[in-house]
Design a protein around this ligand. Structure first.
Ligand code: NAP
Length: 245
């Protein structure tokens, strides 16, 4: 019997690692739904992939908006009846400078970063779990960061010890906690949940100082999206290698 085409939703897919992840999954025959804050940006990104022969669709999905999350679930239900892969890729950080000093972060900055990087991920995943449960091999990939590693932040010898961006780092640590807790809840089901560190990648967020090019930056997400039934769940990975929580 022919294998059914998989359906993936990638958030923040209009640019950066999210767009590239959609492209690479599409090239592997996955039907990709690209979420972006505006319908225009989502459709423009999807059109680029369609032009390359990929089955791509664009939807408006500002992950911080509950109405958009509900609409995304309704769209996927109606259009495909299932979701095989959820890539929680959309993310943000605070601007450089004083706003990143731990004791001086404003509540507004802290809330904004946690809203996008943590609360929205929990909200969207909760909304989409019924559809992921309909998949024979549901995969959830949470785009974390090595900067979310509490062990490495506490270790003066670690390469990230000096890189303390409080709101961003703490939001990714919280996201890692979500990965561990959800993977535990879903033990014994066909769904696997993992945190991905893409690497330090040349995107708007990563800046031009980053050593990795975007195609390599999408590899961890793609690998975790297509894990076999013997693959890990509840882990924190970069290019197949385990990172400390
Ligand atoms: N680049 C790195 O070195 C690096 C390292 C570790 C982890 N990461 C993580 O990897 C993920 C992708 O990062 P990136 O480097 O590709 O970043 P990016 O180039 O800055 O792209 C971020 C994407 O997220 C979208 N986004 C932000 N807020 C959103 C919202 N509320 N709703 C929907 N989309 C939203 C942006 O949309 P707009 O275009 O509308 O702003 C954009 O598409 C992030 O979670 C990031 O934390 C990146």
């Amino acid at each position: 019997m022919a294998e059914q085409t998989k359906v993936a939703l990638i958030t923040g897919a209009n640019r950066g690692i999210g767009f590239e992840t959609a492209k690479q999954l599409g090239e592997k025959g996955v039907t990709v739904v690209l979420g972006a804050r505006t319908l225009g940006a989502a459709e423009e990104a999807a059109a680029k992939l369609k032009a390359a022969g990929i089955d791509a669709h664009g939807i408006q999905l500002d992950v911080t908006k509950s109405a958009d999350r509900v609409a995304a679930a309704a769209y996927l239900e109606q259009r495909f009846g299932v979701l095989d892969i959820l890539i929680n890729n959309a993310g943000m950080t605070t601007a450089d400078g004083l706003r990143n000093i731990t004791s001086q972060i404003t509540d507004a900055d802290l809330f904004a970063v946690f809203d996008t990087n943590f609360f929205a991920v929990v909200g969207l995943t909760r909304e989409l779990l019924p559809l992921l449960k309909k998949s024979q091999a549901g995969r959830i990939v949470n785009l974390s960061s090595i900067l979310g590693s509490l062990s490495l932040h506490a270790d003066p010898k670690s390469p990230i010890y000096a890189s303390k961006v409080f709101a961003y780092d703490a939001s990714k640590s919280a996201l890692n906690a979500f990965t561990i807790h959800l993977a535990h809840e879903l033990k014994g089901t066909a769904i696997k949940v993992n945190s991905a560190h893409p690497g330090w990648v040349k995107t708007e967020m990563g800046t031009s100082a980053a050593p990795m090019e975007i195609p390599d930056g999408a590899k961890t997400s793609v690998e975790l999206a297509l894990l076999g039934s013997d693959g890990p769940s509840g882990r924190f990975l970069h290019m197949g290698k385990e990172l400390p929580w």
